[in-house]
Ligand binder design. Structure first.
Ligand SMILES: Nc1ncnc2c1ncn2[C@@H]1O[C@H](COP(=O)(O)OP(=O)(O)O)[C@@H](O)[C@H]1O
Ligand SMILES: [Mg+2]
Length: 392
């Protein structure tokens, strides 16, 4: 199975590009799924489909034409399917803490649940080989990063915190019950989490395997959008995902004339050049601004033509993983590709079996191979886009 994530700032054209790509792939004969993991679902709207069609699916895949299914994750339905015990506990905890009923029920849907549900489905499709290509219409950058970082965070949580919490809860439960009304989770809360975690096994490796998963950043030739694209590029590298394309959408076509448009065009020209130099080595695709909005099959097909010509959208355009270990003589190097970030913004902490790399609010736990366990890095330096961490 091939998996392609389309992400970028709000409004740049992620959904339109995903939908256009999905139609093209389905026409080429690939069994295709386009899945929306943006809570503000608009995939079905992009295809100009009747809402009731998706509502009937209750968050499961809906067939919309030959070889093409659409899926929009519905968190409330997923909570009933997978999270009832965890959700029940958190809602009870919030209610005990004085949050009123309805608010407690809404708040108990914690950030990340939606993403985990998406990942659960994807892992199932991977294992059952349901589709040839899964396209993900992601939420704006920040949430998409959460989506790809969840598996490592969960691994870390399960390895370091979960067992201790479970044991503590079993010790504390009888004591706390006597002195306080604060609910301590019952053991089925922990088994619910364990069950979900088991069903996510393997997804982390699949996300980082560039023969399966690549990310395409959708952008516009505008200053603020471009800034966010650079940051997104760096953060996806931090999480070890391979970016194999930058899609520049809404480029003003030459036939639009007039002084007003000329000033826009010269602005865009500047940013187009910036994009070429910032992302050199990464394939760049271009889409013009269309005369009307891109909704429905015929305009999506036009977008796919502009984007792919005769090429196959599922083809991979990059192979090198952004994180790799390499042994030179007696020294092992961990190379991390981290462009667009200053050395002083990178914070490193070394532990026995892992290295934690923090940039801004995002943290990556990099597990160290057994041969490096217990060894502290002897130095870290920047080489162009690479961060080189040496273990002597
Ligand atoms: N190249 C384009 N030309 C004209 N309109 C476009 C183009 N790309 C996207 N649109 C329109 O812009 C709006 C936002 O696009 P959308 O794909 O929903 O963005 P996102 O998913 O990134 O928020 C939609 O109304 C879409 O029809
Ligand atoms: Mg969208």
């Amino acid at each position: 199975m091939r998996m392609i994530l389309y992400t970028g700032k709000g409004g740049v054209g992620k959904t339109s590009v995903t939908a256009a790509t999905a139609i093209r792939l389905a026409e080429m004969g690939y069994r295709t799924l386009a899945m929306s993991v943006d809570p503000a679902h608009s995939l079905a709207d992009s295809f100009d489909l009747d809402r009731s069609l998706m509502d009937h699916g209750e968050g499961r895949p809906v067939s919309v034409r030959e070889n093409l299914d659409l899926q929009e994750i519905l968190i409330h339905a997923e909570v009933e399917r997978h999270w009832s015990v965890v959700y029940g506990y958190i809602a009870k905890l919030l209610k005990t803490s004085g949050v009123d009923g309805v608010a407690a029920e809404e708040l108990a849907i914690f950030p990340g649940m939606e993403e985990i549900c998406g990942l659960l489905y994807i892992n199932q499709y991977l294992q059952e080989e349901t589709y040839d290509v899964v396209l993900l219409d992601c939420a704006p950058t920040g949430e998409s990063l959460r989506f790809v970082s969840i598996p490592t965070t969960l691994d870390w949580y399960m390895a370091k915190v979960f067992k201790m919490e479970r044991r503590l809860a079993s010790i504390a439960r009888p004591v706390i019950k006597k002195v306080s009304s604060l609910p301590i989770p019952e053991d089925n809360y922990f088994s619910n989490i364990e069950y979900l975690f088991d069903r996510l096994q393997g997804i982390d490796a699949a996300l980082r395997d560039s023969s399966i998963t690549t990310v395409r950043l959708v952008t516009n030739p505008e200053k603020m959008v471009l800034k966010e694209t650079q940051r997104a590029f760096m953060y996806f590298c931090l999480y070890g995902l391979t970016i194999d394309g930058v899609v520049i959408n809404r480029i003003l076509p030459p036939e639009i004339q007039g002084e007003f448009m000329e000033s826009w065009r010269s602005l865009q020209q500047g940013y187009l050049q910036d994009i070429e130099s910032f992302f050199s080595g990464v394939p760049i695709w271009r889409i013009p601004l269309f005369q009307g909005e891109v909704v429905g099959e015929s305009s999506l097909k036009r977008l796919a033509d502009a984007l792919y010509g005769d090429s196959d959208p599922s083809e991979r355009h990059a192979e090198e993983a952004p994180i790799r270990f390499e042994k030179v003589d007696e020294t092992t190097h961990l190379y991390m590709r981290l462009p667009f970030v200053k050395a002083e913004e990178i914070e490193l902490s070394a532990f026995t079996d892992e290295l934690v790399v923090q940039i801004g609010n995002f943290k990556r736990h990099v597990s160290l191979p057994r041969s490096l366990a217990g060894r502290k890095p002897s130095g870290a330096k920047r080489k162009g886009d690479l961060l080189d961490i040496a273990f002597d």
